[in-house]
Design a protein. Structure first.
Length: 409
């Protein structure tokens, strides 16, 4: 994070919750209310009935229609946006029927349109609903400090109503990403981090005045792992601290992860002017993994790295719903899946920690705990790894770590 992180300022936190997060919630909740309103308008109506009420629906379902029955919607077709992103449209079979009639010189008659029923499909609302749910929890916690924001109202008054609402969400989201927002970076960096590293980066973190301020905004940073050394001071120094499970910090961290997933939604860049590198997560990961490479002597940690690379892999199960999938590599720096030597991927598993030793795969492999946390610290500081208690499994921890960053990309 290039900008100073003023986590000791009440004014900064008020602005973060009352402006940045409030604006995001207003736009996300507004989009979801708009989609619910569309569902009510469209419910059990055929296309003829809808188009009779407004010509807007003709553009929603047929905007950008080609004359190719095998490829009915071009990549930038408005109807493609509504079907693949907004989650409302007509299937290819029905579109092919319409194109066939048009190619034969027929006009679209009501009889044909009456036979076509629009469908609600999976769209970005599945991500936005998660974001809204977590932000509602946040504002419920801080309701005595920051007023609960109202959803923005959107009217269905032109063919671009859905794009307008989603553009507002994307613009608000950019202001939350930790690459641009210092307090978002602070929240990501303290989700799960060895205490010694946290105090190196944030020396005032455990001062009473700072802890009281963070608690005022529902941010509770607690001890989450004791490594089991005989020496209590060593336990404390090398232990892991992080946001308590239902605190605002944990909820906002999850919101940020879902926002990354939103920006990775397929075809999004076909309809919105995004930066050339539109995958915000990849941009962030590339910057902070390069810093980790410079900070660490990787040869020192070869044994730990070997164990981390033996963990299970996940494209989405590791850190929220982040898709480090094929399209990421085809878009970036000429890497082609799976030709990249070490593709970026999350690896995760349950581990145990006993008497200063990390036990992998039920104890069949081990690593020195001090080496383990020293290697993970730079990644944890940027939110690219975490280790946290497993629910209902005493002395077992969920480890998630990004691998594949060890060589230059």
């Amino acid at each position: 994070m290039e900008q100073p992180i003023n986590f000791r300022s009440e004014e900064e936190w008020r602005s973060y919750f009352g402006r940045d997060l409030a604006d995001l919630y207003a736009k996300v909740a507004g989009f979801l209310e708009l989609r619910s309103e569309v569902e009510e308008l469209v419910d059990e109506k055929n296309l003829a009935e809808l188009i009779e009420t407004s010509k807007i629906w003709e553009k929603v379902f047929f905007g950008g229609l080609t004359r190719d029955e095998n490829n009915p919607l071009g990549p930038k077709a408005l109807a493609r946006f509504y079907r693949n992103i907004f989650g409302l449209g007509v299937d290819d079979k029905a579109l092919a029927t319409v194109i066939s009639l048009l190619n034969q010189g027929f006009s679209l008659e009501k009889k044909t349109l009456r036979s076509i029923m629009p469908k609600f499909l999976l769209g970005v609302e599945i991500v936005l609903e998660e974001i809204a749910k977590k932000l509602r929890r946040v504002f419920n916690i801080v309701r005595d400090v920051v007023p609960v924001p109202e959803p923005k109202k959107y009217a269905i008054d032109d063919r671009l109503f859905g794009m307008t609402a989603l553009m507002d969400v994307l613009n608000s989201s950019k202001r939350i990403f930790p690459l641009y927002n210092p307090l978002s970076f602070f929240i990501m960096s303290t989700y799960s981090i060895p205490r010694f590293y946290a105090l190196k980066e944030y020396p005032e973190l455990e001062e009473k005045e700072v802890k009281d301020l963070l608690e005022k905004f529902g941010i509770s940073i607690v001890n989450i792992i004791y490594p089991g050394f005989p020496d209590e001071e060593m336990n404390r120094e090398l232990g892991v601290i992080g946001h308590s499970e239902w605190s605002t910090g944990a909820q906002v961290r999850d919101v940020i992860i879902h926002l990354y997933a939103l920006f990775q939604w397929p075809e999004l860049s076909n309809f919105f002017t995004l930066e050339e590198e539109s995958d915000e997560f990849y941009k962030y990961a590339r910057l902070y993994t390069s810093r980790a490479r410079r900070a660490l002597d990787l040869d020192t940690f070869s044994k730990v790295l070997s164990e981390l690379h033996a963990l299970s892999t996940s494209y989405g199960g590791g850190i929220g719903n982040i898709f480090l999938h094929k399209s990421v590599y085809e878009r970036n720096e000429g890497l082609k899946w799976p030709r990249a030597k070490e593709p970026l991927m999350f690896r995760y598993d349950n581990v145990n920690i006993e008497k200063g030793t990390v036990l992998f795969r039920g104890g069949s492999a081990k690593a020195n705990y001090s080496d383990f946390v020293s290697l993970l610290s730079p990644l944890a500081f940027s939110g690219l790894s975490y280790i946290r208690p497993a629910q209902e499994k005493p002395e077992t921890y969920v480890l998630c770590v990004l691998t594949g960053w060890e060589s230059e990309r």
